[in-house]
Design a protein around this ligand. Structure first.
Ligand SMILES: *Cc1c(COP(=O)(O)O)cnc(C)c1O
Ligand SMILES: [Zn+2]
Length: 479
């Protein structure tokens, strides 16, 4: 049972721009012919159909109990993700297998229906990016092993979760891998800087904005042997498909009445989730697809706008972004948009017109979504708040069927985005966010007894003085 899988796929890069195909065993980031984005396709995929859906379900279920760390994370679904890796290539840092937590009863009441959060903030670097990074780094290990490289440089432009994740997996990989992170100078918070620095990555600051950093890393990837880990990287999409497989498995492979809510930034995550569900549907592992609800802030909503128009009249236009608390999704020209467009056609063909939806929410709704979730015992980041805001809208607009249960992606841990909570509680949002705190949502520390008042009191007097104040504040009953 815990044997390493025997099946091997034949993966190749398929360009969604020009349709050209490239062999797997190179470091491609985008199509060398047209600059388009790739998806990785397994030419042996149909061989997997020699086993029934039931046999696959049993295989994946039996791996849940495995103690083989190589099959514990995203590679529990080895055959569906990257069946070209050998055992020794796989890196596992405890990613994936994140819990699905039903909304607390208080929160359920507020929203008016049952739903659950899948806490992808409980990944090792505290965001879902680890799913894709575990796959990209495992593939790198394969290349290093086969080609005998003694050094590979991995590089990314990022101000947040991508760099944290890349730096973590890079640090674990040891000598052969060196990680470089490019950040726009003066435009990142101390938290965003802390993770790559702590992991020992080389952090390079670039005068300018994120897009300037991106140009530098793309130039390097076009001309030198470097592994570019931004989300155009097709290996990351493969690893992120595990999110869909885990949802299906958790609900005993019955997801026909689920509605999966996902925040959209560069659209890599929603691409991977749709592709994941489509793959297991194709293999008969699930019989019905869940519905997909992408969520975008009104401050960065090109995908929403595209799907708002009628079929046949749709025209894709990048937007210029305004400030957003859903900072990890604040992208005006999502690099994976061509992937989404291709997959939505396929998804709707199988599951019908209402099976893919995009909802637009305001900044105020996003931050209050996060605060509301967390004061009911969840650990949502702002993007997780964005999903909750999307769910609220969907409920209000009666987009969900009565029996449909929503599963919301809390893409990162709340602690990563705590600066926004602080801005809300202290009423410090710059006007561009268009957020005005509601005083019922604000929570601030209150002084019980100051250092000055404390002076001149004995310990017991002081305890009584302070204690009496608590009694008064809370109206405690004596025992
Ligand atoms: C990257 C990221 C997103 C956006 O995902 P895309 O794949 O770019 O659409 C959302 N939330 C968090 C926490 C992220 O790190
Ligand atoms: Zn191409």
């Amino acid at each position: 049972m815990s044997d390493f899988p025997k099946y091997r796929g034949e993966l190749e890069y398929v360009c969604l721009g020009c349709g050209r195909i490239f062999p797997m065993d190179e470091l491609y980031y985008t199509c060398p012919q047209c600059g388009g984005v790739f998806l990785l396709r397994d030419n042996n995929f149909d061989q997997l159909k020699e086993f029934s859906g039931r046999e696959w379900r049993d295989t994946f279920d039996s791996r849940m109990a495995s103690k083989d760390t190589r099959l514990k994370g995203i590679f529990r679904f080895y055959e569906l993700i990257a069946p070209v890796l050998e055992k020794e290539d796989i890196v596992y840092l405890g990613e994936a297998n994140t819990p699905i937590i039903p909304a607390s009863s208080g929160l359920r009441e507020k929203i008016g229906r049952d739903f659950a959060y899948k806490n992808d903030g409980q990944n090792p670097s505290a965001s879902f990016k680890d799913r894709g990074m575990a796959c990209a780094f495992s593939f790198l290990h394969k290349l290093v092993r086969e080609k005998g490289w003694d050094k590979v440089l991995t590089i990314c432009a990022s101000t947040g979760d991508t760099s944290a994740s890349a730096a973590l997996y890079g640090a674990y990989s040891g000598e052969a891998v060196r990680t470089v992170v490019l950040l726009p100078e003066g435009k990142v918070t101390p938290q965003q800087m802390a993770q790559p620095l702590g992991s020992g990555a080389l952090v390079l600051e670039v005068g300018g904005v994120f897009d300037d950093c991106m140009k530098v890393v793309e130039y390097l990837a076009d001309n030198y042997r470097v592994a570019l880990l931004n989300s155009k990287n097709a290996w990351r999409i493969l690893g992120q498909e595990s999110y869909a497989y885990e949802i299906a498995q958790w609900y005993d492979w019955d997801v026909g009445f689920k509605a999966v809510f996902v925040p959209i930034g560069n659209a890599g995550n929603i691409t991977a989730i749709m592709r994941g569900f489509l793959k297991i549907h194709d293999l008969g592992i699930i019989h019905k697809l869940p519905r997909i609800f992408g969520v975008q802030t009104a401050h960065a909503d090109p995908v929403y706008r595209y799907y708002q128009s009628q079929k046949g009249e749709r025209e894709y236009r990048p937007v210029s972004v305004r400030p957003s608390v859903a900072q990890a999704a604040m992208i005006g020209n999502p690099v994976s948009f061509p992937r989404v467009r291709a997959l939505v056609d396929e998804y709707e063909y199988i599951a019908g017109d209402q099976s893919f939806n995009v909802i637009q929410v305001s900044e105020q709704e996003i931050i209050e979504g996060m605060l509301l979730a967390n004061r009911h015992g969840h650990i949502a980041c702002t993007q997780g708040g964005e999903c909750l805001a999307g769910l609220k809208k969907a409920v209000r607009a009666e987009m969900l069927h009565p029996e449909e249960e929503a599963v919301l992606d809390a893409t990162a841990h709340m602690l990563k985005f705590i600066g926004f909570q602080e801005m809300y509680f202290n009423n410090e949002f710059p006007p561009g966010y268009e957020i005005v705190p509601d005083k019922d949502m604000v929570n601030r520390p209150q002084t019980l007894i100051s250092e000055n008042e404390r002076n001149g009191h004995s310990d017991s007097e002081y305890a009584r003085l302070a204690g009496d104040r608590v009694v008064e504040m809370l109206g405690l009953d004596s025992r």
